[in-house]
Design a protein around this ligand. Structure first.
Ligand code: NAG
Ligand code: NAG
Ligand code: NAG
Ligand code: NAG
Ligand code: NAG
Ligand code: NAG
Ligand code: NAG
Length: 612
């Protein structure tokens, strides 16, 4: 292992896009002119946070469940160049300035990136960094929150790693590439950082705390097939509530006596410290149990043994200034706080996986999360010569990759206490129907994480897999009801009756709150309903929420997802506009309507109590 010298500057080059097909360690000779300086581009719409991003974005430690005291953020201004051809992709631009500057993290389509491009298949990003002198003698991990879709990482002109999957974090031990006196070179919509670790260090923590105070943990280490031991300390504020020594790389259990349970009403968290040799990491958990059970003859989702009516929004997580990357943490949490204030107890993270601080915020605020697996693709079809059409579905290799990434999703996120349910397929997107892969995928998810519920198919092709009988019905709900539309399946009373999407009622706004793009504006009329005033929109919201309430009272509705948190480009059906500057909701009315849903659900439970 290489010893690091003091304050040596290293360079990092990252190729992103689809698979990097070139050879590994080529040194390219060409020198480019100096990069053009970074400045954000004016997006078609801004938010109150656009001007607050600056050039040191996302300063927070990005991985709250495995946090180290020493780290260095590499976010900021990097160099960028479009790899315009396959030839360019095969020749990494080592040791040269790239053509432009870019803000990391950002997506290249966003104004905040400074690029605001489109159709960029392959890109190069580079930066240089210094390793602090007091990290001497330790291994250096280079961590990426997420890079879409594939990343090839070079450090000092040597290939240090490759990663596929646009939503997942990865870490590379780059110690051996960091040579004194040489440049170190390496896309990228989440934070990038380095940290020093001992050779054998904690690589992942799996933590599940249940309503009986039992903790089930696995301390994964970089030396994956050795077994050593790790010391775990659980704290409530400054008070140690449990200490336990457990083996590494396999599950162990211990108990905390009568913990305060986690719930949306009382989102209590406990800090956890794990020590493995010289490595020390901070984490946390909450104690709660999510299950399915029959209450008064109806199959229900249970939190800590009781029926919980889960009510949330469809949350796509798009921003006009940052697109996939929220401009700041404050902006990201603003959306969640608005939901919480109105009384939602859940959020459905739709077809996107957020950065870890999003889930941490849900854990802290008390918002259950229903997490979608990002679909391989929306439904696509190709025209056939006979004027028919054929739905394009994944081939075997694509299905295998989808399955692999589903596993990564579960394994990387299963320790967030707020996550209550996994969704595998949305509205048939990428869902093979010649056989029903959702059954084996449901088994897989169950095996990876037996502590959550599984909504195998939200909307459309439901063949009976998973814990939910879930349809999508715009605008008005049909949740666990004995009536249904011919496009969806009848309610199946062996599973939880759920309204995976409804609402979606729109209200057009003036141009200063719209994504100012004519193509998007032209799609505004392609919606279920447009209401001409906010009064009309709130009246219609009240009607739809009242219908849902009746379905809780009369039938078997156990939860619902209102479309949606905010407008997104040509979709003008948010609780807020895309810029978050205008809220459509009559807050008093919404709070009261949402509370009525919980009251209706509680009344059903009370009936049980009385009967039993
Ligand atoms: C960027 O590169 C892609 C190929 O990766 C190419 O299709 C596109 O035209 C390039 N764009 C620009 C602005 O050069
Ligand atoms: C502990 O978690 C592992 C998965 O990480 C699971 O296989 C095992 O069944 C759990 N054990 C208990 C006692 O909950
Ligand atoms: C670790 O285990 C894997 C298989 O589980 C084996 O292939 C490998 O040789 C082992 N490595 C060491 C260092 O023992
Ligand atoms: C966990 O630790 C952090 C900082 O070390 C502290 O801010 C936070 O309040 C602690 N949380 C709990 C639940 O003790
Ligand atoms: C929505 O409003 C914009 C201006 O703010 C206007 O250009 C557009 O035609 C409107 N669309 C509909 C369907 O009302
Ligand atoms: C929606 O608006 C676009 C542009 O304003 C127009 O071309 C289209 O015909 C409209 N569609 C409907 C269904 O009204
Ligand atoms: C349910 O029962 C509890 C305790 O008896 C009571 O306080 C509560 O008001 C009841 N809720 C409803 C909605 O009837």
């Amino acid at each position: 292992m290489m010893r690091l010298l003091r304050n040596t500057v290293f360079s990092l080059l990252v190729g992103t896009g689809l698979a990097y097909p070139g050879s590994d360690d080529r040194q390219a000779p060409v020198k480019h002119p100096r990069a053009a300086g970074y400045s954000p581009k004016e997006p078609p719409l801004t938010t109150p946070w656009t001007d607050k991003v600056g050039t040191d974005p996302w300063p927070e430690y990005p991985r709250p469940q495995l946090q180290r005291a020493q780290w260095q953020n590499l976010n900021g201004i990097w160099q960028y160049q479009n790899a315009s051809s396959l030839a360019a992709v095969q020749n990494p631009p080592f040791g040269q300035d790239l053509a432009q500057e870019v803000l990391i993290p950002s997506c290249l389509e966003s104004g905040l990136s400074g690029i605001q491009g489109s159709y960029m298949l392959y890109s190069w990003f580079s930066t240089s960094f210094e390793v602090p002198s007091d990290w001497n003698g330790q291994s250096i991990l280079l961590n990426f929150g997420a890079v879409d879709y594939e990343a090839t990482v070079f450090v000092n002109g040597k290939k240090a790693g490759f990663h596929r999957g646009g939503y997942f974090r990865f870490s590379l031990d780059v110690t051996r590439f960091l040579k004194a006196g040489q440049e170190n070179e390496f896309g990228i919509w989440q934070s990038v950082w380095i940290e020093p670790v001992p050779t054998n260090h904690v690589s992942q923590l799996d933590i599940d705390g249940n309503m009986d105070g039992q903790l089930n943990m696995t301390v994964h280490t970089s030396a994956a097939n050795t077994t050593s031991s790790a010391l775990v300390v659980v704290k409530d504020g400054d008070n140690i509530v449990a200490t336990h020594r457990g083996p590494t790389n396999r599950p162990f259990q211990f108990k905390v006596d009568s913990p305060s349970l986690w719930s949306p009403d009382s989102p209590k968290l406990y800090n956890i410290t794990v020590k493995l040799g010289e490595d020390k990491v901070q984490s946390y958990t909450g104690f709660r149990t999510i299950a399915k059970g029959t209450v008064d003859g109806v199959v229900r989702p249970l939190l800590n043994g009781e029926f919980i009516f889960m009510f949330g929004t469809l949350d796509q997580g798009f921003w006009p200034d940052g697109i996939y990357t929220p401009p700041t943490k404050e902006a990201m949490v603003y959306d969640l706080e608005m939901l919480k204030r109105l009384g939602f107890n859940m959020v459905r993270k739709h077809i996107k996986v957020e950065n870890d601080l999003f889930y941490r915020a849900c854990d802290e605020l008390g918002l259950l999360v229903i997490q979608d697996m990002p679909a391989m693709r929306p439904l696509q079809s190709k025209a056939l010569p006979n004027c028919g059409s054929e739905t394009l579905l994944p081939d075997e290799a694509q299905q295998a990759e989808f399955t692999r990434q589903l596993e990564v999703l579960i394994n990387q996120h299963k320790s967030f206490p707020s996550i209550a349910t996994w969704i595998i397929y949305n509205e048939g997107w990428g869902q093979i129907t010649s056989y029903y892969p959702e059954f084996e995928l449901t088994d897989l998810v169950r095996q990876l994480d037996p502590t959550r519920l599984i909504d195998s198919t939200t909307g459309w092709y439901d063949h009976g897999a998973g814990d939910f009988s879930d349809n999508h019905h715009y605008s008005d709900p049909q949740c666990g009801t004995p009536f249904y539309s011919t496009a969806s399946s009848p309610y199946d009373d062996t599973r939880i009756g759920f309204q995976g999407e409804f609402g979606g009622i729109g209200n057009n706004v003036s141009i200063e709150h719209l994504w100012n793009d004519q193509a998007a504006i032209n799609t505004i009329n392609q919606t279920y309903e447009l209401d001409l005033s906010l009064e009309a929109w709130n009246y219609r919201s009240h009607v739809l929420l009242s219908e849902l309430q009746n379905q809780i009272r009369l039938y078997s509705c156990s939860g619902g997802v209102w479309t949606q948190t905010t407008d997104v480009e040509g979709e003008v059906n948010g609780l807020m506009t895309y810029d978050r500057r205008l809220s459509r909701v009559d807050e008093d009315q919404w709070k009261s309507d949402i509370q009525s849903l919980y009251d209706a659900a509680a009344a059903r439970t009370n009936k049980t109590m009385a009967a039993s």
